[in-house]
Design a protein around this ligand. Structure first.
Ligand code: PGA
Length: 247
């Protein structure tokens, strides 16, 4: 019912030459994958990605966006600009943005709203730190992060994607067990259902945090895990595709 989405988050990696090689390899095998594939790339490469992936089944997106529509916001990139470059997705509220750039839950909600208002799909990231998990605060943290986003969604709830990314699992090689992840994913879907039961069944909830070819199958077999947001492994075409094939 929910088509799995495997989205790469390249973070601040890549070059014109390296991207060309990576994209060609992804395109070469994309037809063999039934999951939806997307790559979220650094903004300067959106033009390159648009020209290489345009017309293919692989979609693309950005890793952040301004909360503002336009104007005097030096250095910022608007959702309208991302749309100009054919983006489908925009990651908002990644934990690296929250922790290194001080993004609040409210700002993340504003960004998600801006993305939706421009006809793009936000991939809203939530997740707890190790300390929060050890304090038993995972549900409370995820609920707090998601609440302002859901408050602004209204009838557009079904148009969003959520990524549960436990901070302690990102780039560390430590993955949540499928059971641990499923528990949080189910909690997230229950939160969505409190707002709109029908939309809650349509929203894809991705897992992110050291998802690799060897753990993807078990994670993706969980009933509420609808795909992955893949960091490190998305920079290697064969790993990225192997994860997609597990979906
Ligand atoms: P990782 O990153 O797969 O390298 O852990 C995931 C992410 O940060 O989105």
């Amino acid at each position: 019912m929910r088509t799995p989405l495997i989205a790469g988050n390249w973070k601040m990696n890549g070059s014109l030459a390296a991207n060309a090689t990576l994209l060609a390899s992804i395109l070469g095998d994309a037809a063999a994958v039934s999951a939806e594939l997307a790559v979220c790339v650094p903004a300067p490469y959106l033009g390159q990605v648009q020209s290489v992936l345009g017309g293919s089944p692989v979609r693309w997106g950005a890793q952040d966006v301004s909360a503002h529509e336009r104007g005097a916001f030096t250095g910022e990139i608007s959702a309208q600009m991302l749309l100009d470059f054919g983006c489908s997705y925009v990651i908002v509220g990644h934990s690296e943005r929250r922790s290194y750039h001080g993004e609040s839950d409210e700002l993340v909600a504003q960004k998600a709203q801006r993305v939706l208002a421009n006809g793009l799909t936000p991939i809203v990231c939530v997740g707890e730190t190790l300390e929060q998990r050890e304090q038993g605060a995972t549900d409370a943290v995820v609920s707090r992060q998601l609440a302002p986003v859901l408050d602004t969604m209204g009838t557009q709830l079904a148009s969003m994607v959520i990524a549960y990314e436990p901070v302690w699992a990102i780039g560390t090689g430590k993955t949540a067990t499928p059971e641990m992840a499923q528990q949080v994913h189910a909690r997230i879907r229950a939160m969505l259902a409190e707002r709109d039961a029908e939309s809650a069944q349509q929203v894809r909830v991705l897992y992110g945090g050291s998802m690799k070819p060897d753990n993807a199958k078990d994670l993706l077999a969980m009933p509420d895990i609808d795909g992955g947001l893949i960091g490190g492994a998305s920079l290697n075409a064969s790993d990225f595709l192997a994860i997609a094939q597990a979906a």
